[in-house]
Ligand binder design. Structure first.
Ligand code: HEM
Length: 438
């Protein structure tokens, strides 16, 4: 364990190389000492200001080591990466199974992914890893494996496909879907608090599918860096909105809504459908929508209009009828001329649950890619919704939003994919194993 840096250390002493001496040996001491000594000439003026001991210097914060060392368990009844507190970085990688791939080969990929994920999430290189050093600090890496509808055709096991596992219906009012961001037979969702870890894990895992599947798309996303908002407040999207406030919490028993109980979607565990889906017990589903956000036109409207479009304040994320982020919204409240304070066409008024079965877990990531030719920006949201049954939960909400949602003026769905997320793997087992058994 690295020694803790002295609390009373001033920035000046760090920059003059004092930190190496104060911190002594250990990883942090070595790294920070080196950075401090070497970087002194590059540090901006702010750091040279007079003693500002109250502000910890990022290079001396002992917790920076904790970020890299933290782990999330890979094995368990449920896959990690669903209810796991969101990490700062994510990659979603979609694959199509190659024509002619056999069931045994596909099983081999799933086995290899699980073996490598179990190693990578504990800081060890993958089995055929050429750069195991890149795996040393897992930074809460999670690897979540998903099955698209086409996988069951490739396996010739269509009777085992969950009845809800199909692409979403078209929403012609809003959709401008592109094939390059849509569909996929297999999914890897890779999340970690360090983008280097995400890249390395994606590389190691993707190279294990050669000949059996081909990468169809890869989408990278980010949230705020760890430690930048110690309040633990919900993340902000690129419109500046606090995004992810209304989500199932542990105090509401969200289990049945997020995870399958192994019965068919109509609730029966008997009958051929019920039996066929028992392998999905403790599994979930992911709806991934790539939604472009048109920053330029959004920035043309004033702040009040921006707040009215969602029904929440931009600064605190509070509903327009409240003061704090988690205050309940009062959809009946009106102003002095009788107009609703939260417009009925606002995003939250349209998206809010009409029925308990509509509770989904949202875990969005922002994207900000190089603009396409002729465009100013290519930014948006990798919108993710997890639920036991997307046909029951997601589709009615999406249908309402497609019909009317003030946000639609500035948001365009350009990618769409649905995956079954099988239950987690036990030690020594692999994700999806239950599909091939019984
Ligand atoms: C780029 C597209 C989107 C943006 C920028 C966006 C943004 C937001 C924001 C700022 C909130 C309010 C804070 C919160 O509760 O998280 C919200 C709420 C919500 N959004 Fe979205 N959203 C988008 C797309 C979607 C989609 C596609 C769905 C599902 C079909 C959805 C479902 C919801 C739900 C269920 C809520 C909670 C409503 C409530 O109960 O108050 N959103 N969204």
């Amino acid at each position: 364990m690295a020694d803790k840096p002295s609390r009373g250390l001033s920035r000046r002493s760090v920059l003059t190389g004092g930190v190496g001496a104060v911190m002594g040996g250990g990883l942090l001491g070595g790294v920070v000492g080196g950075v401090a000594g070497g970087a002194a000439g590059f540090v901006g003026r702010g750091a040279l200001d007079d003693d500002d001991e109250a502000i910890p210097d990022w290079r001396t914060v002992a917790d920076s080591r904790a970020v890299g060392a933290a782990t999330e368990p890979f094995h368990g009844a449920r896959q990690a990466g669903i209810t796991t507190p969101p990490q700062a970085h994510a990659a979603f990688v979609g694959f199509d199974v190659a024509g002619g791939a056999t069931r045994a080969e596909i099983q081999g990929v799933l086995r290899a992914w699980s073996q490598d994920a179990a190693r990578l999430t504990t800081g060890r290189g993958g089995l055929a890893d050429l750069e195991p050093e890149l795996a040393e600090d897992p930074a809460r890496l999670t690897v979540t494996i998903g099955f698209g509808p086409g996988l069951f055709d490739a396996l010739r096991m269509t009777e085992r496909r969950p009845s809800w596992l199909r692409q979403l219906p078209a929403f012609p009012q809003i959709d401008q879907l592109e094939d390059r961001w849509s569909g996929g037979d297999l999914l890897l969702q890779i999340c970690a608090d360090d983008p280097l870890v995400v890249s390395h894990a994606a590389r190691v895992l993707a190279s294990g599918v050669r000949g059996v599947a081909e990468q169809k798309w890869s989408q990278r996303g980010f949230r705020k860096a760890v430690g930048t908002d110690p309040s633990g407040r919900t993340q902000r999207n690129l419109f500046g909105q606090i995004d992810g406030t209304v989500n199932p919490t542990e105090d509401v028993d969200a289990d049945q809504l997020l995870f399958s109980d192994g019965s068919s979607s109509d609730g029966s565990s008997s009958g051929s459908d019920g039996r066929a889906q028992r392998w999905m017990r403790d599994g979930s589903s992911l709806v991934l929508r790539r939604i472009r956000m048109t920053m330029d036109t959004w920035e043309e409207i004033d702040r009040t209009s921006r707040e009215l479009s969602v029904g929440r304040r931009l600064d605190t994320g509070a509903p327009l009828t409240g003061v704090a982020e988690h205050d309940p919204a009062d959809f009946g409240a009106v102003n002095e001329v009788g107009l609703p304070l939260i417009p009925p066409e606002s995003h939250m008024a349209r998206a809010r649950q009409r029925h308990r079965s509509e509770a989904m877990l949202r875990r969005p990531y922002n994207y900000d890619d190089p603009p396409e030719p002729g465009e100013m920006s290519s930014s948006g949201l990798l919108f993710t919704a997890y639920q036991a049954d997307p046909v029951r939960t997601y589709v009615p909400v999406q249908r309402r939003l497609a019909e009317q949602d003030a946000l639609n003026t500035w948001t365009i769905p350009i990618g769409s994919a649905v995956f079954a997320l099988p239950p987690g793997a036990p030690e020594g087992g692999y994700v999806g194993q239950g599909l091939f058994e019984g």
